[in-house]
Write a protein that binds this ligand. Sequence first.
Ligand code: GLN
Ligand code: ZN
Length: 764
Amino acid sequence: MTVSHILGYPRIGAQRELKKATEAYWKGESTRSELERTGRELRLRHWQAQQDAGLDFVSVGDFAFYDQVLNVSVALGAVPTRFNAQHEVAGGDIDLDTTFRMARGRAPSGEPAAACEMTKYFDTNYHYLVPELHEGQTFTLASNRLFDEVDEALRAGFTPKVTLTGPLTWLWLGKTKSGDFDRLTLLDSVLNVYGEILARLATQGIEWVQLDEPALVQDLPLNWQQAYERAYHRLQSAPLKLLLATYFGGLGDNLSLATRLPVAGLHIDAVRAPQQVESVIDRLGPNQVLSIGFVDGRNIWRADLAALRERLLPLKVRLGQRLWLAPSCSLLHVPVDLAQETELGEELVSWLAFAQQKLAEVVTLARLIDNRTTPDDEQRLDEATRALDARRESTRIHQTVVSERLAAISPADSQRQAPYSVRADAQRRALKLPLFPTTTIGSFPQTDEIRAARRAFKAGELSSADYEARMQDEIAYAVERQEALDIDVPVHGEAERNDMVEYFGEQLEGFAFTRFGWVQSYGSRCVKPPVIFGDVSRPAPMTVRWSQYAQTLTSKPMKGMLTGPVTILQWSFVRDDQSRETTCRQIALALRDEVLDLEKAGINVIQIDEPALREGLPLRQHEWQAYLDWAVASFQLSAAGVANTTQIHTHMCYSEFNDIIGAIAALDADVITIETSRSDMHLLDAFQDFAYPNEIGPGVYDIHTPNIPEVSWMVDLMEKALEKIPAERLWINPDCGLKTRGWAEVEPALANMVEAAKVLRQRY
Ligand code: GLN
Ligand code: ZN
């Protein structure tokens, strides 16, 4: 019999119950035991779903009140001293509030302290808490939570498989905090605790433990590869079976390493790296289990069960009982249950599968290749085939105009008419901006009133005309404030936008929006990515009327505001029936039309935000260039149609520019605004070293805090910038958009910022 299992289930709950419960607890509106009860209910419900679907195991250890990587840090006792947790460990557990303080800096009990850093988990939009590592640090088992959850599952009659971030991936995700030392020097102590955990799990009767080691799909230095051998040789003495789980890509040059490790089983991702399956099987030990992930754990499309059965049958012949089936990775990255989507339309729903549906897909596949199908399985197979055939043929997906237009693009379409130096002259004459022009990144405060108006509009309580009028009032207010502040390049303020991707997706063909398609982003924060299901086109202008109206209110050049093609792509669920590149180019063409319409409407400065450019980088470096090539070409395609006098801006808000500085330059935006203030302008070094040729607005203050920046502080920062970039090419702006701030902070901060620009104009 083919074993079917999953690598993990979304913990947030179909109705975001976990979000609501944790937030209520943090606000003091509920008790610890109420929170724990919600956690228990969700775990039981999710285990029940797995058992009901017919999986051979339920997944234990994938639950977390905040983050699974943080859970491991806590279990290892890797709690930074500023959280004062030492006294908690003796004999007991690290307290849940300490875990929350590590994640958020504060909790209902305990002293506030600076939260741990958070960053994206591999190439997902899920954020984990970065383990803080110190030279000579030792680890001790400091939490019983996992064992308690195992007991809970056993008591309820389930057969658990335990999942845990593997020791090397945990270290790989960690950062050295006391000088730069080799993280691998900590491995032995980490392994001691893992050994202890495994031994405890064995006494609880656990047969299989899945250790997640996605670091194995990345480029690993030789000493890390060797550490894998060392670590897993040590762990092999554990009195239970280990399933080494890899996902998000192929094993590549770690393939023979991974197949050599003395573990009872290996899981591989056959969605991202279908070509690796046969080579892995060739190298697998004669008794090793191979779990293959053919069902996509990162996307929401229904699996082609008939095609997968054909693909799997020969593998079944080769592997027999040693073949296991699972989704490609944990289902953490997809929404919970499609059954709730009553408003998507039957057709679209028939093409999709969320976590709950993917459970059934894995089970059915296993039974199909075992020839022990139930009538349910036959029906599922049939439905899948019919739905996929319909999807392939659907006129909702394929628009000939779009494909013809895409085919007709020439490289010239991605080229501005003249090089930057010529454009800069033309723009100087047209825009007449002072030295050190001031601007903002786009959004102004999204006040409660704005949100209430949008809610009323969506609920049908506010007419579309009234809503438009309300938004115009907001725009007028934002423009008036910017005039009073003497900002050189004002913006309309983005009052009308709920979200920088959703706003555009709602107006583009080829996008759909779910009602409950929430995916955990970090802690209690969830995102609801749009679904790009078909060819993308723009039936009508999307932002022109707002920008045009804003321009009537000022004689200064109004900056139009768009989200770039790569960011829209990156923050959506994308089609699996064509390349990301093609989808990105389609979005780019739609945006190109918007850019040209803005220009026609008299908007001569247009910003195309690309905060997600860097996070789209593939996990393997040798794939970077190919990605950057099409990502850059897409941006250019959206931007390059304008006249020399039209100034194109872009904005990025992450902090590692070194890797992609060449690509940033290749975007050929006239102006880029970036987040730098917290780095003391050091992030400009990459631009200086590269001799970045165009204009830059290094953010002069951090919008993530409510503090009002002082004039002298911003002047000093700009003086540092001036050591790297000549004055004629510098702009002055905040780090990022102001939507999360209040006007009471924004006004004085911007007043000081404009003042700083004026001080600098005296000096230069
Ligand atoms: N224009 C957007 C804003 O100001 C940019 C947001 C972002 O960079 N994430 O809100
Ligand atoms: Zn930003």
